[in-house]
Design a protein around this ligand. Structure first.
Ligand code: ZN
Length: 459
């Protein structure tokens, strides 16, 4: 099955195997792209995400518990470190902590546990991050109706009042809509007969639900009403093509779509006719405008008890990712490595959001790790006789020194301090990185760093 099980169920052999396999494939792909030393970081990222991660994450739910063991974490770290260093063009001495933050990829052991949690959540196993909320699970294909009993459904598009009026055979019109406003979610139905509204229904959903769920819920409830209705010909109107298509596609197993199709089948047995219409939103159709207003009202005054409250998988993924980021951040902040990186990014979560906006360059990474052509580093790794800066034999040439203190760059520093209206001290670096001055500050850092690096090359 692709999972190696040893007699003590430690999964150590399995982890070693997948790690070896992942590294092997990664190396081959790099070779296939010929110039492994010059491979573009984005290409490496694609290779990593498309091959290395999936190989490691295969059957993660089986062995995720083992990913908490130090030995396993270390093996996974070995796979990741080299790749993360390449992604951010870091020196090989850079720590995993720094490399991961600057490469913008998550620790593999946490990814393993993340994949396992998601798998379990989809299977209905309660997850701590969901705090008791139930996950919206897809219906089973086996329990669906026999293909011969499937309804052939279609959607008719309407763009204006005129086209709507053409369908005069329809007695009852039910307009549906879903809405998300100020982070709150609502849905509504508005039932019309002879140009007047008979009935209106507002539905509330919790904040973690999506508009798509709200749209589906409204259509589903509309079919429920038709089941109980005495008229014979109905139109359901929605401005959500996505929701309508989910309903007519019988391979789609969304629970609301399945319920909706069940209702439609029961309705056809009652010899009633239902037509599904897609209407252009905000095209001035009275019923649609009314449903839109009702849905917004429903969202704003959320009821205590929602009408539908299953978590969409997108929310489950987001919650699990938040928990992963928290754990990673904890590890990053308490870890002893990555001192220089922490000056720029004291928080791994914020870094994860920001870092993809930077084009990874060797120089930026040298500045953000301190591992690069700076005397202190070169001296530490025996490439230079002394660690001192040109300004003073007693001052070590480190990244904080050249950026914040060294008198040799006082003029540039004063200039940038005036521009960003902030003093360049250690505590302010992370603040500047979060501000609109980030780019200006980074170009200052690069300018100074390049000067230092070039000078140290020639010595
Ligand atoms: Zn100096």
């Amino acid at each position: 099955m692709g999972v190696t099980i040893d007699n003590k169920l430690t999964f150590n052999t399995h982890v070693s195997n997948v790690c070896r396999k992942a590294i092997g494939i990664y190396k081959q792909l790099c070779k296939a792209a010929k110039v492994s030393w010059g491979l573009h970081p984005e290409v490496i990222r694609v290779i990593y995400l498309a091959t290395v991660e999936p190989i490691i994450l295969y059957a993660a739910s089986v062995w995720a518990q083992a990913a908490k063991k130090l030995g396993v974490i270390k093996q996974l770290a070995v796979v990741q470190r080299g790749i993360a260093q390449k992604l951010c063009k870091a020196y090989r001495t850079v720590s995993l902590n720094s490399a991961l933050v600057l490469a913008g990829i998550l620790p593999l052991d946490l990814r393993v546990r993340e994949a396992a949690s998601l798998y379990e959540a989809k299977k209905g196993v309660p997850q701590p991050v969901l705090a008791g909320r139930e996950v919206e699970r897809m219906a089973s294909a086996v329990e669906g109706p026999h293909p011969a009993e499937r309804l052939e459904l279609e959607i008719i598009s309407l763009v204006n009042e005129e086209q709507l009026n053409k369908h005069s055979e329809i007695n009852v019109h039910i307009f549906t809509d879903g809405s998300k406003i100020e982070g709150k979610v609502g849905a509504a139905l508005s039932e019309w007969k002879n140009k007047t509204e008979n009935k209106a229904l507002k539905l509330a959903l919790p904040t973690y639900c999506t508009v798509y769920q709200a749209e589906l819920l409204a259509i589903c409830r509309a079919t429920g009403q038709i089941l109980k209705h005495r008229a014979s010909s109905f139109g359901i109107y929605s401005d959500s093509m996505a929701a309508l298509q989910t309903i007519i596609n019988s391979n789609c197993l969304h629970p609301l779509a399945v319920e909706c199709r069940d209702n439609l089948r029961a309705i056809s047995l009652q010899n009633k006719v239902v037509t599904l219409f897609w209407i252009k939103a905000h095209a001035g159709l009275e019923g649609n405008e009314r449903a839109d207003r009702l849905a917004k009202e429903a969202a704003k005054n959320s009821k205590v008890r929602p009408d539908y409250d299953l978590c969409p998988v997108s929310f489950v993924k987001r919650s699990i990712r938040m928990a992963t980021l928290d754990e990673w951040n904890q590890r990053y902040q308490t870890g002893e490595t990555a001192k220089i990186t922490k000056l720029f990014f004291p928080d791994a979560k914020l870094a994860y959001r920001l870092i993809r906006k930077f084009g990874a360059s060797s120089e930026t990474t040298q500045v953000m790790t301190g591992h690069g052509g700076f005397s202190e580093y070169l001296h530490r790794f025996k490439c230079k006789e002394n660690p001192s800066c040109i300004c003073d034999p007693d001052a070590e040439e480190t990244v904080p020194h050249i950026l914040l203190e060294c008198p040799a760059y006082a003029a540039e520093r004063l200039k940038i301090e005036n521009e960003i209206e902030l003093k360049l001290i250690k505590e302010n670096i992370s603040i500047i990185m979060m501000s609109k001055y980030r780019e200006k500050f980074m170009s200052y850092c690069l300018k100074i760093a390049k000067r230092v690096i070039n000078r140290n090359k020639t010595v």
